[in-house]
Ligand binder design. Structure first.
Ligand code: THU
Length: 140
């Protein structure tokens, strides 16, 4: 289980991303901070699009930044967001983002931190969020 210090570091990093979120259509701004096993942190925000479908969620932005820089081993991610960029409730990852997590993370180990701030967070294992999920191992 991730320690409180690291969880709060990720929450702060995700909060800082809210100001970069590009969400002119929903005004629902999301920030994410992904902790790699080597200690590196990759941040992300949601990036919307006038054609709607190309929208990229904050957590996928973080994953794609990390993978595109050669890092594929991860321990935890913090996700938070809210209308106008003010988190009022937890923002659980969408199904597509859960599937992206399944590609690179051990569902038994990977931790998803949902938060509204450093005083209010909850930690879930990917397995809880994606029970009986499909991953690379299923292709063997
Ligand atoms: N969104 C995320 O960035 N992450 C989530 O986990 C849920 C949804 C974004 C997508 C879209 O820009 C906005 O929130 C409203 O759905």
């Amino acid at each position: 289980m991730i320690c409180k210090e690291k969880a709060c570091m990720l929450i702060e990093a995700a909060l800082a991303q809210l100001s970069y979120a590009y969400a002119p259509y929903s005004d629902f701004k999301v920030g994410a901070a992904l902790l790699a096993k080597n200690g590196a942190v990759y941040t992300g925000c949601n990036i919307e699009n006038a054609a709607y479908a190309p929208t990229n969620c904050a957590e996928r932005t973080a994953f794609f930044k990390a993978v595109s820089e050669g890092n594929r081993e991860f321990g935890a991610i913090c996700i938070l967001g809210g209308p106008g960029g003010k988190p009022q409730a937890y923002t659980p990852p969408c199904g597509v983002c859960r599937q992206v997590m399944m590609e690179f993370c051990d569902p038994e180990q990977f931790e998803v931190i949902l938060a509204t701030g450093v005083e209010d967070y909850a930690i879930y294992r990917l397995k809880e969020l994606m029970p009986f999920g499909f991953g690379p191992g299923n292709l063997c």
